[in-house]
Design a protein around this ligand. Structure first.
Ligand code: ATP
Ligand code: MG
Length: 504
């Protein structure tokens, strides 16, 4: 076989990874580069799209140069990305017209509140599968259009290209100003509030609500296309023409990487935020409990596959906050040692509603609290409460997911950076009362994008073949008493109620 690898670009909220996977789905070479988090005001979060592009190029070029990989050994490139982050660039200069507005950003809260007045937060649910929230890309694109004179001018003059991070990277990789492909895949488009999840097309009524002209938006394409979106350039980072032929939003990609191809299968990813998804097959299932309906993937001309999703805004980022803003630890992994100095949280609960609460509660008015403090509490109790908050938030999703998707999750498949934390994983199993299971390859987000590109290019030929790559690494088994579980959950619910009605 001439081709040895599939390349995956994983453009995340905090960093960009480039990983080469071999035929057995093993990560062979990789590089990861962090980018700046820009906070212009409380509640605002931005990234520099140019920095993200430069980091992508650097990650690629370092792997090729230092690991002695010949570009001709790479069969295809897949892309996975932080979802809902919106940006706009000038197609004549190839330069961003503004910083990207990141998914966590709440600057469009007033517009969303205004929009919800007529018909409530569920008014667009049938069409989009989503609740009205600042989280999604649509209101961010609207903000860029309304608030930046430069963007406005570029739109009038037909120079503006709006998109999510996938669109930006594919355009840049496939030539940019010189004929780059302007596309977004169905999974990313399903997080904008602008696409009808039934037709998989930009929707006239939605575009009108958000005041976005259709001509500035990319073409919506399958996650696993029948033919490549485009090819890398001989004069670019790869130095040769390689098909770019797979895109999945990061959470959908992790589902793909976990081989959750059958209806009823599910996973939870513990990264910056925490995201549990369950495959619901060819039907978009409407949630009754605050979950989102989202496109899971679309392969070529086949019918799309859908998922229910519970999105938690703050998980690993709370550990980073304890590190960077409180200075209690030096690295994220130090939190486990600090937490292990005490046997429990000492009655302390931490609800990290920094950007309001996402699923299943969707409370934009909520803000973070630490409750149950007494003179007894110390930094170790707080560290424990920090880790437990991720597990409690996951339990809320886990409970409603089974109701909405009408499934029983008998063991939870997990991945993401926080799954390195043994204390958290054990507490998670205890709280859910089912085993928590981690696969050998924990870079499931990147793996999913590699699978998409590998299926499209013929490197792999079927989903069944990919399923065989999945192997269990570790399993945490519940040991907690039911009475203990109930008592802790009750206190958690009380703590969450303390976060409500904070923002007027
Ligand atoms: N041992 C650990 N214990 C607790 N949290 C950890 C540990 N190691 C990493 N983390 C947290 O996990 C997160 C990183 O995980 P991961 O690399 O999966 O994130 P990510 O979501 O892919 O990042 P991005 O948002 O850039 O995609 C960070 O927020 C970090 O604080
Ligand atoms: Mg990630």
């Amino acid at each position: 076989m001439k081709h040895k690898f599939i390349g995956a670009i994983d453009q995340g909220t905090t960093s960009t990874r480039f990983i080469l996977f071999n035929f057995d789905g093993e990560a062979v070479f990789s590089r990861q580069i962090e980018h700046r988090q820009i906070f212009p005001k409380p509640g605002w979060v931005e990234h520099d799209p140019f920095e993200i592009w430069e980091n992508t190029r650097k990650a690629v070029m370092t792997v090729l140069a230092e690991d002695n990989v010949r570009p001709s050994e790479i069969a295809a490139i897949g892309i996975t990305n932080q979802r809902e982050t919106a940006l706009v660039w000038d197609k004549t200069t190839g330069k961003p017209l503004h910083n990207a507005i990141v998914w966590q950003d709440t600057r469009t809260a007033d517009f969303i509140a205004e929009l919800s007045k007529d018909g409530g937060v569920d008014r667009l649910r049938d069409k989009t599968g989503l609740t009205l929230a600042t989280y999604f890309a649509g209101s961010k694109m609207r903000w860029l259009l309304k608030n930046s004179p430069e963007v406005k001018k570029a739109v009038t003059e037909g120079r503006a290209m709006f998109g999510t991070i996938d669109s930006w990277l594919v355009w840049k990789l496939t030539g940019g100003r010189d004929g780059g492909s302007f596309v977004t895949d169905v999974t990313n488009a399903s997080r904008t509030l602008l696409m009808d999840i039934n037709t998989l097309k930009w929707d006239e009524e939605l575009l009108k609500i958000f005041e976005i002209p259709e001509e500035v938006l990319p073409e919506i394409v399958p996650s696993v296309p029948s033919k490549p979106y485009g090819y890398t350039r001989a004069d670019g980072a790869f130095g040769t023409e390689i098909p770019v032929c797979g895109i999945l939003g990061d959470q959908q990609s992790a589902m793909f990487g976990q081989a959750c191809f059958e209806p009823g299968t599910s996973k939870n990813t513990y990264g910056t935020g925490c995201f549990m998804l369950a495959n619901t097959g060819e039907t978009p299932v409407k949630s009754r409990h605050g979950l989102l309906t989202t496109v899971l993937y679309k392969i070529g001309e086949q019918k799309p596959c859908y998922a229910l999703e519970g999105s938690i805004a703050v998980a690993g980022s709370l550990v980073q906050w304890v590190r960077d803003n409180l200075g209690l630890i030096k690295t994220s992994s130090d939190i486990e040692k600090l937490a292990l100095e005490v046997k429990d949280s000492g009655g302390v609960y931490f609800v990290p509603a920094f950007a309001g609460l996402f699923a299943p509660r969707w409370r934009p008015d909520a803000r973070g609290v630490i409750t149950g403090l007494t003179g007894f509490a110390n930094s170790s109790h707080i560290a424990r409460a920090v880790l437990e908050s991720t597990a409690f938030q996951t339990k809320e999703i886990f409970d409603v997911m089974q109701k909405d998707a009408d499934i029983e999750i008998s063991a939870l498949k997990v991945d993401g950076g926080m799954t390195a934390n043994n204390l958290l994983m054990q507490f998670q199993a205890d709280l859910l009362d089912v085993p928590v299971v981690r696969p050998v390859v924990t870079e499931t987000t990147a793996l999913g994008a590699a699978y998409a590109a590998g299926l499209s290019s013929g490197f792999w030929d079927s989903l069944d073949q990919l399923k065989e790559h999945w192997n269990e690494d570790l399993r945490w088994v519940p040991v907690m008493e039911q009475s203990d579980r109930d008592a802790k959950t009750k206190q958690w619910n009380k703590a969450v109620e303390r976060t409500y009605n904070w923002v007027e």
